[in-house]
Design a binder for this molecule. Sequence first.
Ligand code: 6CS
Length: 360
Amino acid sequence: MRGSLRCLAVFWICVIVLIGGCSKSSEEASEAITWRIALEEVEGSVQDAYAREFKKRMAERSKGRIHVEIYPYGTLGTSPQLTELVQAGALDLTFASPGHLASVIPEVGVFTLHFVFSDDNQINKQVLASEPVREILSSAYQEQGLELIGIVPEGWMAWTADKALTSPADFEGLKIRTMTSPILIKTYEAYGANPTPLPYSEVYSGLQLGQIDGQVNPIFAIEEMSFYEEQDVMTLARHAQFVSTLVASSQWYASLPPEQLAWFNGVVADMVDWIYQKQETFNQKRLNIIKQAGGTEVVELTDTQREAFRQASMGVRQVYIEQAGARGEKLLDAIRAQIENHEAESRIEPMTESRLSTNR
Ligand code: 6CS
């Protein structure tokens, strides 16, 4: 009797475990959702680090329901092709850098203009997150079937060539590879260079074959794409930040259930500080690698040298306004006004502090 009771108990335990197991796996199968995100950069890049962190946080926040699949550069296409895939709804998310995207959305070309950003990245962070910037760009993106999810920094741009580029005269006739945005082409023309737009994947061979004399990218990219190996000098002018944007397909974004949208927005908002710190560490480490390799001289421009470039680049702002229209002009004005206010505040801060302490 005891034996048959034991058999019965074992039988029901098996039934419960089996039913539980079946219902759990069918529940997981029906609820597992895949979001596909493409990178304009290779594995190990800043965008890859951002996407991996996003994937990890989405899995945590959704308790495993959202699975993010990452497609590094080279698996789906060039930057403009990735944007087209997202516009067509064939891909959910991609990074879309203004250096290419401004050909489709001229307003975002503001981030490719030289000497627009502050030297203080804390100020840039506040400006990029501000209401006017988000509002103006969001509507311009929506008109192109894109949802602007985030504006992400990737570090200061640096010039590489076989000589130091310390004044606009050094650019005379230089075949410098740029991204495809027309604003960038106009900017380097203003310096007297011969700008040559090429896809990212062709820059290294372009340098090797002498098709181009130089290129411009953030430091981490110059290291990971081995551009520095083909160049004698890297010039740091802090003329522009490399800013990218994370975009979603409008169709896909509109179809997200409220719960998923809340997880998504929460993760994106929580990642901002992490992103700013991450890009700084990345660029510093890669700068050290380039310096230690010893074959590339690193030249940092003085404020006076930078001023000559700033003046030479100012006329391009008018070209930007012609291309980006009234909305683009409003965006540029809003960015500049905020930067000037923040910089003025940070200059008067010590005075305010001392006034406060004497008043106490
Ligand atoms: O130079 C380019 O085309 C690329 N540079 C970086 C650092 N990211 C993506 C972009 O397409």
